[in-house]
Design a protein around this ligand. Structure first.
Ligand code: AMP
Length: 212
């Protein structure tokens, strides 16, 4: 199964993609995670990427194509993959189509994670990761027990650098202007499946399985 998750920052695509990865045994490929790894590694490219990410802007299409072509050539992606955060522009979508055509492995589906814009902002400002377990939490939506379980065990609730109010506003703008047009792009190619992504993690996952 070769699928793309399309959705605004905070739509929950990463969470659902990870769950699907565990269930179906195909890799979740998050370009955001790959870029954050480059930032953490402190390479020159990582430093450039950090500035772009901190501003809530997009890394160039050419660089992204290079990253994704290399990643899709790895053996674990042979039987399928879940793209999370790529493509984000029409040029990236076209590049991906060309790349997969060359490999003779077209996409099976594009999942649009549909959430109200008001909810997105709360999800993003409240988003935290437990430093001990890597578990994704939210100070607005997780229960106190869930939050305490992390801190009581000595963990810290870490906020992503780009989850601050100003960067969030930019990321949502960039999504509207550059990524949202991909909904029509994939609808016109008969690949689009829309999931109502407003609900608990379990509810949304059930809906996702139903459309797949
Ligand atoms: P994410 O974790 O998917 O929200 O991505 C975090 C940041 O990484 C984005 O705000 C962009 O700056 C950058 N990024 C991730 N994926 C892409 C992509 N496909 N094209 C350009 N920039 C990207």
């Amino acid at each position: 199964m070769r699928i793309v998750f399309l959705g605004a920052p905070g739509s929950g695509k990463g969470t659902q993609a990870k769950r699907l990865e565990a269930d179906r045994n195909i890799p979740q490929i998050s370009t955001g995670d790959m870029l954050r790894a480059a930032v953490a590694a402190g390479t020159r490219f990582g430093q450039q990427a950090r500035d772009i990410m901190d501003a809530g802007q997009l890394v160039s299409d050419d660089i992204m194509l290079g990253i994704i072509s290399e990643r899709l050539a790895e053996p674990d992606a042979e039987e399928g993959f879940i793209l999370d955060g790529f493509p984000r522009t029409e040029k990236q979508a076209q590049d991906l189509e060309d790349l997969l055509d060359q490999l003779g492995k077209p996409l099976d589906a594009v999942i649009q994670m549909d959430v109200d814009f008001d909810i997105l902002s709360k999800r993003l400002t409240g988003r935290r990761t437990c430093s001990l377990t890597g578990k994704l939490l939210n100070i607005h939506f997780s229960t106190q027990e869930e939050l305490d379980a992390c801190t009581d065990a000595g963990g810290e609730l870490i906020q992503r650098d780009d989850d601050n109010a100003e960067t969030i506003a930019n990321r949502l703008d960039v999504y509207r202007q550059q990524t949202e047009p991909l909904i029509e792009y994939y609808r016109s190619r008969d690949r689009l499946k829309t999931v109502d992504a407003d609900g608990s993690m379990d509810e949304v996952y059930e809906r996702l399985l139903a459309v797949l």
